[in-house]
Ligand binder design. Structure first.
Ligand SMILES: [Zn+2]
Length: 404
């Protein structure tokens, strides 16, 4: 990290703390000595806003508490998180930026084609002993159809190369109604504003065409819902740009440390959405414990619900042997009885064996479930203890000092 956090804003001539009003253009007068002070970051914000003709945006509104909740939520579901993560990790950086973003209002006309299926009935002739009969047969008749869908929507595209993925993750579904006037953006004093470095045409062609095409596909599927159709294709889709708005959206960059390693996460301006750059740390001994449980489960014999081929065959054998009893020969009757007895004995043995195998399998599975629960519980207990103690990761107090 080569970013430097603003720790303290003081007057360079008398060292009195500087009061920075919201939406400051970077120039403030010291309340003690009256000197004019320039805060370069804020001056840049104001310059970029004017130069790029920016009228609205998404203000940075999340505080450390909001970001902590979002951060913990993005981490705690990770299955193989080290059990001591919440005790041992620490937030080491929180910086805020305003990223320039294009908002294109687009219109698209798409022509799509599909096979439309209609249920029909036909008569089929068949012959039985020289006589011809007819029966009805249902079938689907497929015909190729074409239709047109028109869609319109806003496309969000980062105006800064570096944050292309972060912006599409955090703001891909940005609602225009969530934008506020530039006067109400209220850049915090520590906030850095980045400049546009992606030309509008490039941002449009890179983002609009694909997004409008998939919106057209969704519209086509909506139009066809309730129909019996197949092989839906978009043949052509022409996208037009109706309007281009330039906005600034806030993002929060948070870095936490665990076991001497750093992990980056970005959050939307209000903290509600997260874009995880580095996956949370994993405990490899927990991973192998989960793997072992999986292996054990594979090794338990499949449960056939007691179905047993040998047992069933024996019953069938006994059933057929019963026909020997109807014989008038006494020796055949006796032979039949002996056979039945043998088959019944075989069936009882086979079913008993299947039953004991099933019981052994059930017992093994119950043990595996119990061990899996114990493993999951270790992680759950860590989360519960952490949330009971207030649920703030360490380090927030330091990184949020002097952030208004
Ligand atoms: Zn002063």
């Amino acid at each position: 990290m080569n970013e430097v956090d603003v720790t303290n804003l003081v007057c360079p001539s008398c060292a009195a703390p500087l009061v920075v009003p919201p939406n400051c253009n970077g120039r403030v007068f010291c309340s003690s000595c009256g000197a004019q002070c320039v805060i370069t970051g804020l001056e840049l914000n104001s310059e970029i806003t004017k130069k790029s003709n920016i009228n609205s945006g998404v203000p940075l509104s999340a505080d450390a508490g909001d970001l902590n909740i979002s951060l913990v939520n993005s981490i705690k579901t990770s299955q193989c998180l080290p059990v001591n993560f919440f005790r041992m990790s620490r937030v080491v950086l929180w910086s805020r930026m305003m990223i320039p973003v294009y908002l294109f209002h687009c219109n698209a006309m798409a022509s799509y084609s599909f096979d439309n299926g209609v249920q029909r009935t036909r008569q089929v002739a068949y012959t039985i002993s020289g006589n011809t009969h007819f029966r009805n047969e249902n079938y689907t008749e497929w015909t190729r159809n074409s239709e047109v869908a028109s869609v319109s929507d806003y496309i969000v595209a980062s105006g800064n190369k570096k944050y292309k993925n972060v912006i599409s993750n955090l703001y891909g579904d940005l609602k225009v109604s969530n934008l506020v006037d530039v006067e109400r953006l209220q850049f915090p004093a520590d906030c850095k504003t980045l400049e546009f470095n992606v030309p509008s045409a490039a941002a449009f062609s890179e983002n609009a065409e694909n997004k409008m095409r998939s919106l057209a596909m969704a519209a086509a599927q909506r139009n066809l819902s309730g129909n019996n159709y197949r092989n839906l294709n978009i043949n052509s889709c022409s996208t037009q740009k109706d309007e281009e708005i330039r906005i600034l959206v806030g993002i929060n960059h948070v870095v936490y440390e665990y076991n001497a390693k750093r992990y980056e996460v970005y959050f939307s301006a209000d903290g509600s959405k997260s874009c995880v750059i580095d996956n949370p740390p994993v405990d490899y001994s927990r991973i192998s414990a989960y793997k072992m449980i999986d292996e054990r489960r594979k090794n338990v014999k499949d449960d056939h619900n007691g179905f047993n081929a040998l047992g069933v065959l024996s019953i069938v054998g006994a059933f057929f042997s019963a026909s020997l009893l109807t014989s008038t020969e006494v020796s055949t009757n006796i032979f039949g009885l002996v056979l039945i007895a043998a088959f019944v004995f075989g069936a009882v043995k086979a079913f008993k064996k299947a039953k004991s195998e099933k019981e052994a399998g059930n017992k093994a599975r119950a043990e595996i479930d119990r061990d899996l629960r114990a493993l999951n519980q270790e992680a759950e207990v860590a989360v519960t203890e952490f949330t009971r103690d207030g649920g703030m990761l360490r380090g927030w107090d330091i990184v949020s000092a002097n952030k208004s």
